[in-house]
Design a protein around this ligand. Structure first.
Ligand code: OAD
Length: 273
């Protein structure tokens, strides 16, 4: 029997299927992964762009570099749409098979595809968080796009750039300052989201591990937590990752091809009943 059919049988007999996704699932939407050739960190090293102190220092030394970093990522994100991999996961949730998606991605594409239970352990690029009260502010895709265009046109001064950003992101009602609600290197993961992820993985009897290198902790420890509690793991990735040793089934291939294949086989079996 083929690996794909064996994986489908595992999915069908499971009671609580959860997916953990990484940058790989969005690669076919045109969003580059972080690591490997052509990865984001190759062009923008984390030592200069990966945390707030480094970004602040880079901004004061060379504001244009930081503008280029944010506008390039912003353009990529706001041009991206869910691909067949995201859409197949949304369909698996609608069919009651998939209970939740835990994602390391900040691109909002699982929600755009239609998934309702998305746990974002690294934040969301469209959301801003008040540093004082924690209140959230969500920027629409079209507004982020407009903000990027205006920032690109603003080449005057650091202050001009800061003013431009503030014109799109009003201060919080409590008077506190808002910052991008994404996790940078060295920062804690959002506790509420992590707790939700652990609750899902505690119940989970099958984990779909999709498009992650498993190089960044603590997210990379989540699959072993599920495994220790008896979950089977099906991994989807064009190349082995540092988590492949935990996988019961390794489906080599692109998420945008393999997940629809899993879904279609499940549909065929359900329709034949
Ligand atoms: P990585 O860039 O580390 O890994 C991407 C993975 O996706 C690799 O294992 C690729 O082989 C795989 N891949 C590539 N194309 C694929 C495709 N079409 N379908 C399926 N898989 C594919 O990205 P992450 O593991 O998500 O953190 O990185 C984890 C974290 O590192 C990110 O969330 C980010 C980064 O630093 C923060 O920003 C806090």
């Amino acid at each position: 029997m083929q690996k794909i059919d064996l994986s489908v049988q595992e999915i069908i007999k499971s009671k609580w299927v959860v997916a953990l996704t990484g940058a790989g699932i969005s690669a076919e939407s045109g969003i580059p992964t972080f690591r490997g050739k052509g990865g984001l960190w190759e062009k923008y090293p984390p030592s200069l762009f990966g945390n707030i102190p480094a970004l602040t220092a880079t901004f004061f030394l060379n504001p244009q570099k930081v503008v280029n970093f944010f506008t390039e990522i912003g353009e990529i994100l706001t041009s991206a749409c869910p691909n067949p991999g995201h859409l197949a996961l949304a369909e698996l949730e609608r069919r009651g098979i998939l209970k939740a998606v835990i994602t390391q991605n900040i691109d909002n594409l699982h929600q755009e595809a239609g998934n309702k239970r998305v746990i974002e352990v690294h934040g969301n690029a469209y959301r801003w968080r008040c540093s004082s009260c924690g209140g959230k502010y969500f920027l629409e895709k079209k507004d982020l796009r407009r903000m990027i265009e205006e920032i690109q046109g603003e080449r005057t001064s650091r202050l001009g750039l800061i003013r431009k950003i503030k014109s799109f992101i009003p201060p919080c009602e409590c008077g506190g300052r808002r910052r991008l609600d994404v996790v940078f290197f060295g920062e804690f993961l959002p506790q509420k989201e992590i707790n939700k992820a652990y609750r899902q993985l505690d119940r989970c009897d099958l984990l779909l591990l999709i498009g992650t290198s498993g190089m960044v902790n603590p997210a990379a420890t989540l699959p072993s937590f599920a495994k220790e509690r008896g979950a089977k793991i099906i991994e989807v990735n064009p190349s082995p990752s540092s988590l492949t040793h935990l996988s019961d089934y390794f489906l080599r291939g692109k998420a945008g091809e393999v997940i629809p294949q899993l879904l279609n086989t499940i549909k065929e079996i359900e329709e034949a009943k």
